[in-house]
Write a protein that binds this ligand. Sequence first.
Ligand code: TYD
Ligand code: MG
Length: 433
Amino acid sequence: MEERSAGTAADGKRARGRVGARATGGTPLVALSQVAAAPVARLQTGIGELDRVLGGGLVPGSLVLLGGSPGIGKSTLTNMALGNIAGAGHKTLYVSGEESAEQVRLRAERLQASALEVPVMAETDLDAVLDTIASHAPRVCVIDSVQTLRCGELSGAPGSVGQVREVAARIMDLAKARSIAVVLVGHVTKDGALAGPRVLEHLVDCVLQFEGERERPYRELRALKNRFGSTNEAGLFEMRQGGLVEVLDASARFVAEATHAPGSVVLAAMEGSRPLLVEVQALVSPSELEQPRRVVSGLDRNRLALVLAILGRHGGVGLGSHPPYDVFVNVVGGVRIDEPGVDLAIALAVASAAKGVALNGSPCGCFGELGLTGELRWVGHPERRLAEAARHGLSVVHAPAGSGQGAHEASTLRAALSVALPSGRTRPASVAA
Ligand code: TYD
Ligand code: MG
């Protein structure tokens, strides 16, 4: 529970203003076709993957919320973007409420040279920050992080719901009035929700999520909301010595690293409008627990449960009882896959692991959604997935019916299993231990 004040004087004024407007006949209305809409001029950050996820660059006067767990690289990404923008001759400002100016400098020293040109302000008082933004008038301003700023008029601690909302609302008013693009950095709790800033998702124009595992080099940037672009886009980065590097040949790398072992299959996934080949691995082993483990990484856990149920019921691969089996499924490289086409990859990887045999023609590719009655369903952009697979030398790609030329099509899970697994047996007598 958190105490919040019932409302400020400004709220009251706004409410009275509304009543007054009604009394005088209100605002004249115009049809949408008459509303003036100039094309948005975007400001490139110089980081291709970031610009693509943003929908083509930062929009002046817009608010972007960048969320991610600590240490993932939010400060590094924003430092690099500001450095590029400063290098292109635009005014920038980096407000750090977490680190001292010295610490920010030390990070910037590891990045490109122009990162050191960015003016930095280490401050947590909202009024001081707003004054500086107003007088310095940058084109782009980064607030790292929104949870550390404090509005003196409210009593709550920095980072509390009331504070975060007020801080963001005041910054937004200024940003819209002066056409400043603002990036608010926000922290994320362990379970992945934007802590505190969750309340900001309605307010801001764009919500970006930076994810990955801290121990692994790959980082993925996704748009969860974007008023100026698609929310399907994702960008892939790698954390290196000199900062974040865009990964442009991700498919090639993942395919080259793919094992030809039992339990491995390559998924031809779609990351927004871009195809991406990733290896999905499964391990099946007898469990010592009464409740066998179902462990996933890079996937939704419920998705695995669903696919296992369909595999048991319609594919003849039961892993539930006598003895129970632990099932582990991993998307290699720390990438997260959030699309229905992953179902067939999970099913093939688990079936191959359970039988202890590699799939025919391994490494082979696949994509497709599984229905509850065991049918293999069509998923979007089969031609792009197939082209990507062909480009990286995968000659066998299992896919739903209607996917087009070059696919090994199947209309049910059972049919796909019988083609993909050696010896054509669709019902293994027993799971290989
Ligand atoms: P940081 O951007 O500070 O993360 P966040 O702001 O999301 O908390 O940096 C994350 C990690 O990246 C940090 O542990 C150090 C590492 N790092 C590199 O490996 N190379 C680099 O060039 C930089 C700047 C950081
Ligand atoms: Mg940081």
